[in-house]
Design a binder for this molecule. Structure first.
Ligand code: NAP
Length: 677
């Protein structure tokens, strides 16, 4: 008898009674746990997310939620060893486990760091700039994003029990939507351990995370258009789930990350004597053996110029002969078993189908030498390299052997590549190995439409490249067509799935109040104290200073040129400037205008403004000629409290004597808090 894995429902651990599907150690076949969700009230689960988790998360700002991810990362880092040890039971070597465990924690950190810098300390996210909708500017619009009011249901594949949980968790929680995680049964014991540590840390508010170990019961029946389902797994399951009547009738957002026949393409320039050839071989071998090839991103199709095929088969085979298959906890072992005996059966069956079109170039699907374990009891399998001389055969482009299997296919000219790669009908990633910039540009243009990510690998980036298979949190992960048509990660792009984008129309004053960002046309306060004399707590949106006019002289231009060394002809040479289609003669330097504007609006004595740390969105709109008089209007546009100070951005508009804008930009300053007492 083995223990049943508990689920985490409504902030309590719930252990179903009775039996469930047995998860076994991938190397020894020894039972680990029983997995069942019998007895879970799935309606309660959803209600808890809606009524408890959602409100608690929405109380916090985007930035505070991002900070929680940093705290979670720190907490989970203390428990890595336990997670590595559990991962070995799923067949992962230390290297495989690092990919999953450290990769997952790193994903939390990337989201946290990006969130802290790029997201507001607010509960509403602004999307894009204000749209002016009327002639006089009294009717404008702003797109805003707010969290959906439901739950994020995350269904994951077995092969990334830690990373899969965390890479989905971070964007949902930062967006403000509580998560119901459902790991694949075969590796749920690892996800369970992670969730237990998260719960113990007490970092997340009540209801923010629930866990289902086992099936999802009638969960889908309870979903509405405020919920989101993010599914990772096979195309077959994806199809079944996204056509569920509730998903269809309620327009439930559904993201799919499915399987794909990813490609690596050896460029025609990358002949066997080049560094690129070695990089290609290493990449194919790594993708075949890491996690025993059980990666959605693994290279399944290796396209090689026909003349290089013998050398490629030889080199890949040679490298594969060095692979030690066996007990994943043995440090000398470089490839562990598949996750289960049934998974091995599926992979062998897929190889059988592939062999209708291909021949074995390395390895046997049914025999393998195993180090430190029983070859019969564990789900061990040799890496299998196949060679298919006819690239037009359907099998290599359609059959996913989700294990250490790859097929080498020939091509005769670059013209064929796009068509061959596209036969996968949409993939997560492809690697192009070439040092020829023309080939690279052409291949990218031709194959990008069928891929979510492209790695262009050559001698320059080879050493530092993170490799074909690594889905990085900063970059989008997903692919069109067979790959599911979904998109995850991509920095903070992943948050959008959990947010409703709404166009809000109204007056500039209304939108200033709603959005927390001053909108052109809204009230300006110019009557009181100079805004640079105000501490953060005293500043209001719309506090402004109008300064000028100041006439720009030829002397100013000469002095500025002498000071800076900027003697570009348009500022210095009347005749040459006139010949320029944009100018009527010598014009002031744009940076002179910025400097003059600063001289006009600044309040010189020591005060709350601590520093100017940059300028955003600078545009010079009209030339300024000697004799023109400029005026600057500076308006407090956005006020963002930080720890111990605040960031204030100011809308700056420089106009000439005719009232025409000559320059527009945002000035970024740091402003002190009012001293205590
Ligand atoms: P799977 O059999 O499709 O299962 C995926 C998930 O769906 C598991 O959690 C599974 O739970 C659950 N599931 C299955 N039937 C369900 C149903 N009727 N209702 C609700 N949930 C259901 O895939 P897998 O074998 O775990 O993973 C391997 C596949 O995933 C490969 O094809 C691989 O290419 C793909 N994959 C894709 C990505 C990507 O990012 N694109 C990443 C990893 C893996 P149970 O285990 O409890 O059945």
């Amino acid at each position: 008898m083995v223990d049943v894995l508990p689920s985490y429902v409504a902030d309590s651990w719930f252990t179903p009674t009775g039996s469930g599907a047995i998860t076994s150690d991938a190397s020894t076949g020894e039972p680990i746990a029983a997995v069942t969700s019998a007895g879970i009230d799935f309606g309660k689960l959803i209600r808890h997310s809606r009524d408890v988790g959602g409100p608690a998360l929405r109380e916090l700002t985007f930035r505070r939620r991002a900070a929680m991810m940093e705290a979670l990362a720190a907490h989970l880092s203390e428990h890595k060893q336990e997670l590595y040890d559990l991962s070995a039971r799923a067949g992962y070597t230390q290297h495989d486990a690092t990919f999953d465990v450290d990769g997952g924690i790193h994903s939390l950190l990337v989201h946290a760091r990006k969130g802290k810098v790029e997201l507001p300390d607010d509960t509403m996210l602004l999307d894009g700039e204000v749209e002016r909708l009327s002639r006089r500017g009294s009717f404008v619009a702003q797109h805003v994003c707010v969290p959906l009011r439901g739950a994020a249901v995350h269904i994951n594949a077995f092969n990334f029990p830690v990373w899969g949980l965390l890479e989905k968790l971070a964007p949902a929680l930062i967006a403000g939507v509580p998560v119901i995680a459902k790991p694949a049964s075969s590796t749920a014991f690892i996800t369970y351990a992670v969730v237990r540590h998260i719960v113990d840390s007490q970092i997340l508010p009540a209801g923010a995370l629930q866990l289902i170990c086992g099936g999802v019961g009638d969960l889908f029946e309870h979903l509405t258009g405020q919920d989101v389902v993010c599914f990772t797994g096979s195309a077959e399951t994806a199809e079944q789930l996204r056509s569920h009547p509730t998903i269809v009738s309620q327009s439930v957002r559904f993201n799919t990350e499915a399987d794909s026949l990813n490609a690596a393409i050896l460029g025609p320039d990358a002949t066997p004597d080049t560094e690129e050839f070695g990089l290609f071989v290493a990449e194919v071998v790594a993708e075949m053996t890491q996690k025993a090839g059980q990666k959605c991103t693994a290279i399944r199709r290796a396209f090689v110029p026909r003349s290089s095929v013998p050398a490629a088969l030889e080199a890949i085979g040679q490298a594969l002969s060095q692979v030690r298959v066996g007990d994943p906890s043995d440090p000398s072992v470089t490839m562990g078993p598949l996750v289960s005996l049934s998974q091995r059966t599926s992979v062998r069956a897929a190889v059988g189908q592939l062999l209708n079109a291909a021949e074995l170039a390395f390895g046997q699907p049914d025999t393998v030498e195993v180090v430190g374990a029983d070859a019969e009891r564990g789900a061990f399998m040799s890496p299998v390299l196949l060679w298919c001389s006819d690239a037009s055969r359907a099998e290599p482009h359609q059959i996913e052997a989700f294990g250490p299997v790859c097929t080498v296919l020939p091509y005769d000219s670059v013209d064929e590549i796009a068509e061959l790669a596209a036969r996968g009908e949409g993939s997560l990633v492809a690697t192009l190995v070439t040092h020829d910039v023309d080939v690279a540009r052409r291949m990218v243009a031709d194959v990008a439409a069928y891929h979510g990510r492209l790695l262009v690998l050559d001698r320059t980036c080879g050493k530092e490249s993170t490799g074909h298979g690594a889905a990085l949190s900063q970059l989008v992960h997903g692919g069109p067509g067979r790959a599911g048509g979904g998109e995850e990660l991509g920095g903070l792009r992943g948050l959008r799935r959990y947010l409703q984008r709404t166009a809000v129309q109204g007056s500039p004053d209304m939108l200033t109040a709603i959005s927390g960002r001053w909108v052109v046309g809204a009230e300006r306060h110019t009557d009181g104290e100079h805004p640079f004399r105000k501490y953060l707590e005293d500043l209001r949106l719309g506090d402004a200073v109008i300064a000028g006019p100041r006439t720009i002289t030829l002397d100013d231009i000469d002095s500025f040129a002498a000071l800076t060394g900027d003697i570009f002809y348009a500022h210095m040479d009347e005749e040459a400037a006139r010949a320029n289609p944009f100018f009527e003669g010598r014009v002031a330097h744009g940076y002179l205008l910025l400097a003059v504007a600063a001289g006009l609006f600044v309040e010189p004595s020591p005060g709350p403004v601590l520093a100017n740390y940059g300028i955003d969105g600078l545009r010079f709109l009209k030339p300024v000629n000697p004799g023109d008089a400029v005026t600057v209007t500076l308006t407090a546009k956005q006020i963002r409290p930080r720890k111990g100070y605040g960031e204030v951005s100011w809308d700056a508009v420089v106009t000439n004597q005719d009232g025409d804008s000559v320059a527009e930009y945002d000035v970024l300053t740091m402003v002190a808090n009012r001293p205590a007492g």
